[in-house]
Design a protein around this ligand. Structure first.
Ligand code: NAD
Length: 478
């Protein structure tokens, strides 16, 4: 296995992914379209078989995937189990449990004027869908959308991120081997390969990544009128109010922030510490970091690394902002950046300009909740907003006075592990959602069906010519 990983890991970006025939992107899509046209992917039995095979891949091939994630991101095996492999297994189990119910046609009442007749909605697969995934959770963010695409009866192309090359290579090698290779293809490579793919007509595109590429994807999709789901990022704020158990809140914030070395789309980006909580909270954050990662996090087997030099340089350039409370140590050779807390950060500082997407946590001090709400509303709608507050009224106000993809009271990140909740952003943090039943809605079309017998011909009243008697009747009932 090691040898395969090494061979695959050094594959030149842009080289053919497993399962891709000659003919490039056009050939791949044509092959999948031919499969879809046979109707093979429609029966629930086929869908269930694919999901079970994907589940088997995740358990049988866990060592190869764990090794790849360690190579790409220094991810610890426990984090890999919970936030990558186990996550997708949960999503599969939830889908297998509910699939028939989600796919069942729904009867819709028919108005008296149309009786006798029956109306219902049926779920129809879209065809061939494209999933473009990023590097930070390269298994979870590639395979969880795939679960939805297959459960909805589609063929799918997965384009993993070239920035996590070991994981991309393992997925390209294993997916066509475990799944129906004529219905699922993996195309590896960088922007050039994605550009080729985006020239093809897909029936849906789910893209996860940054907003700049999101705009490229949406523009390309518009040429074919292809619907898109954009899973983007942003700066997720954490509000902390006086009266909260600050030590407990700090532990939750530190866990949510420094998981995957801060490279999570739902990670707390910054803290808005209200009414004098900033000082004591910063101390508790430092304590929580030491208790989770030790006094030298570089030696912790549970702490990850920055994905590449470009992101490392981008992040270390932000270290000059505010007053360092803990962290700041870094080593370019190993792309290590210590869990860092910055206090007294100015709202206009560079660290507050863009999504941080790394292990730097600025703490801003704000006088009251009104100022915090205004602060949030003056910026792009975040993927998630978190709050630690003992006040019910604050919860109500945050839910009604701010807009975000999700809200987490008392715990960051965890909302996305509930397959019953939709996962997605709003405004700049994304459009559309997926997970569980929401994936079925994303990857299928809800077709309206009206079925009316020819006899008796009860709609005769609407046929011209419109006599005065007919008009009276029509006006009475419509
Ligand atoms: P990335 O660089 O891996 O890019 C994502 C995908 O876009 C890759 O497959 C890449 O090959 C492709 N791509 C890159 N440039 C392209 C181009 N010019 N044309 C076409 N395709 C191109 O990942 P990233 O964008 O750095 O990911 C980080 C961002 O993603 C952060 O903003 C983060 O918040 C967001 N994110 C969102 C979610 C979510 O579920 N909402 C999850 C993870 C990450």
């Amino acid at each position: 296995m090691e040898q395969v990983l090494l061979t695959d890991g050094v594959r030149e970006p842009g080289a053919s992914g497993a399962g891709e025939p000659a003919g490039g992107a056009a050939g791949t899509v044509a092959r999948l379209r031919a499969t879809f046209a046979t109707g093979r992917t429609r029966p629930t039995a086929w869908r269930r078989r694919q999901l079970r095979a994907l589940r088997a891949l995740l358990t049988e091939q866990a060592p190869a995937l764990t090794e790849a994630l360690a190579l790409d991101l220094g991810k610890s095996p426990v984090e890999t189990h919970t936030s990558e492999l186990g996550f997708v297994v949960n999503e599969i189990d939830h889908t297998l449990r509910h699939l028939e119910r989600w796919l069942r046609p729904r009867r819709v009442p028919v108005p008296l004027t149309l009786l006798p007749a029956r109306a219902r909605t049926v779920r129809e697969p879209l065809g061939v869908v494209l999933v473009i995934s990023p590097w930070n959770y390269p298994v979870m963010l590639g395979l969880a959308p795939l679960v939805g695409a297959l459960a909805a009866g589609n063929c799918a192309v997965l384009k993993p991120s070239e920035l996590a090359p070991a994981t991309s290579a393992v997925l390209a090698r294993l997916l066509p081997r475990h799944l129906d290779p004529d219905a699922v293809a993996v195309v590896e490579g960088a922007a050039e390969r994605t550009t080729d793919l985006l020239e093809q007509r897909f029936d849906h595109i789910l893209y996860t990544g940054n907003g700049t590429v999101g705009r490229i994807v949406m523009t390309a999709a518009a040429r074919h009128l292809t619907p898109v789901t954009l899973e983007l990022g942003g700066k997720c704020p954490v509000l902390v109010e006086p009266g909260t158990d600050l030590a407990a809140a700090a532990r939750r914030i530190v866990w949510g922030k420094f998981l995957n070395a801060g490279q999570s789309c739902t990670a707390p980006d910054h803290v808005l510490a209200i009414g004098g909580t900033a000082g004591p909270l910063a101390d508790h954050l430092a304590d929580a970091i030491t208790s989770m990662y030790g006094t030298d996090p570089a030696r912790s087997p549970d702490y990850g690394r920055i994905i590449n030099d470009r992101h490392f340089d981008r992040l270390t350039a932000l270290l000059g902002d505010g007053r360092p409370v803990i962290g700041g140590e870094h080593d370019r050779a190993t792309r290590y950046l210590a869990p860092t807390v910055l206090a007294d950060v100015d709202p206009d500082a560079p660290v507050m300009a863009e999504e941080i997407f790394g292990p730097i946590l600025p703490v801003l001090s704000l006088p009251d909740l009104d100022t915090a709400v205004a602060f949030v509303n003056a910026r792009a709608k975040p993927l998630a907003l978190y709050a630690f507050t003992p006040h019910r009224e604050t919860r109500r106000r945050l839910l009604t006075e701010t807009s975000s993809g999700a809200v987490g009271f008392g715990l960051p990140n965890a909302h996305l592990t509930l397959p019953g909740l939709p996962f997605g952003g709003v405004g700049e943090s994304g459009t559309g959602s997926y997970h569980g039943q929401y994936s079925i809605e994303t990857f299928s079309h809800t077709k309206a069906v009206l079925d009316k017998p020819l006899r008796p011909d009860t709609v005769r009243a609407v046929y011209p010519p419109f006599t005065a008697a007919k008009e009276r009747l029509i006006r009475r009932f419509t």
